[in-house]
Design a protein around this ligand. Sequence first.
Ligand code: FMN
Length: 193
Amino acid sequence: MKLLHLDASSLGQHSVSRELSAAIVDQLARDVSSLEITYRDLTAQPLPHWTPVQDAESPAAQLGQDVLDEFKAADVIVIGAPMYNFSIPSQLKAWIDRVVIAGQTFRYTENGPQGLATGKRVIVASSRGGVYSSGPAAGLDFQENYLRAVLGFIGITDVQFIRAEGVSIGAEHKVKAIASARDSIGSVVTKAA
Ligand SMILES: Cc1cc2nc3c(=O)[nH]c(=O)nc-3n(C[C@H](O)[C@H](O)[C@H](O)COP(=O)(O)O)c2cc1C
């Protein structure tokens, strides 16, 4: 089984989503004996924004192709995805722009768009400073809702979230949010394996 592990937080070792995505991958590695892991750090090695390919032999075009091939080959994708300004970091958006490609991962048909990246599972390690799972800010969640929408568009419907939210409310709240997210990893990952 091939696993693609992505991180998109700029906070390095202080990152909540990186801590959680690593814990998810560790759990998967314990559960699945022959797991082939590819890691891509989208902030340490940011992808250039998508542009039309001028030269298919150029390093940028080759990198884009590598990213797409890596995604298409993966059975499971673990994404460390913080909320930035109600959405996702632009580094993660740059990756999405490389994998949501007409004719590759979706196509237009007479009956509307059809996802072609079927059969994959995605586990998202979601971190956010405020609370969006319920309450007055629920309508401002363009992070998890966007990821679910864009992954669904290309045919991935098995998307699960391990979430630590309200981490900016205070130190105690943050510790509890991370502990609760970690506690849920076992059951979610076992399901995903
Ligand atoms: C640039 C930036 C934008 C952010 N925007 C939001 C936001 O819109 N809503 C929110 O609840 N938290 C926001 N936060 C807080 C982060 O979501 C929170 O610190 C989270 O833990 C970041 O993930 P990380 O720890 O993996 O880096 C923002 C943080 C940064 C650095």
